[in-house]
Design a protein around this ligand. Sequence first.
Ligand code: GLU
Length: 269
Amino acid sequence: MLDRKQILNKKRIVIKVGSTSLTHPNGKLNLLRIDKLVRVITDLHNAGKEVVLVSSGAIAAGAGKMGIEKKPDDKIKKQALASIGQAELIRIYDKFFEDYNNTVAQLLLTRDGIEETTRRRNAKNTLIELLTMGVIPIINENDTVSTDEIEFGDNDILSAMVTSLINADLLIILSDIDGVFTDDPRKNTNAKLISKLTSEDDNIEKFIFSSKSSFGTGGMTSKLAAAHHCFDHNIDMIITNGSNPSIIYDVLDGKDVGTYFESKKSVRA
Ligand code: GLU
């Protein structure tokens, strides 16, 4: 019996992709990978799934455009690069999705916006309407007015909040690491990938071992904060490696890839 059989029925899915999964090590956008991601999402869409994409990569795209090789430490510079890069990022998504006959929408959200009742309702209504229209919403944090994600999360927490906002069935976080390990895999070759964690597992923070890449922000800390949000809202979440976006098919086939955060609802199913 497939251990993750609950995943097979997931219909409304949020896919979060981090900056490092969208860029080459030199920080420039990895167009082949973005194209593959777009192709997989289109395929899921054609198969009747509703997909929302939460994509970082604006700072990286802005840095690439301005010929800056290392993400600046200065917050205001990051905000400026994000505003330069967001236009470029969405232009590329729009072009690639259009090649596959899909329409996209850009939504720039903030965590505190989602927490405030009226704005929360507006964001939810817009997202649901877009899904009803068969459009792929592409979300990033509005880095001009909020620095939550550029300072702490690289959109991990925002994606979890969007997942609960629209009552989605599953959050897939595509990262530059295969999932959660028993120890830091970059330092300990005996570190094992953890296949499943549940809200009953105490202190999942013990699996935070640092290591951030130059264009990502949150590392495992913000991913586990996202996992807590999903546990609290009874939503399943998976962290897996986004270097080959076809892994999304394996995730949705219930295969044992990445780390599965099984919600209480799925444990009971
Ligand atoms: N919103 C930011 C971006 O799109 C998040 C990335 C980050 O913090 O590295 O670039």
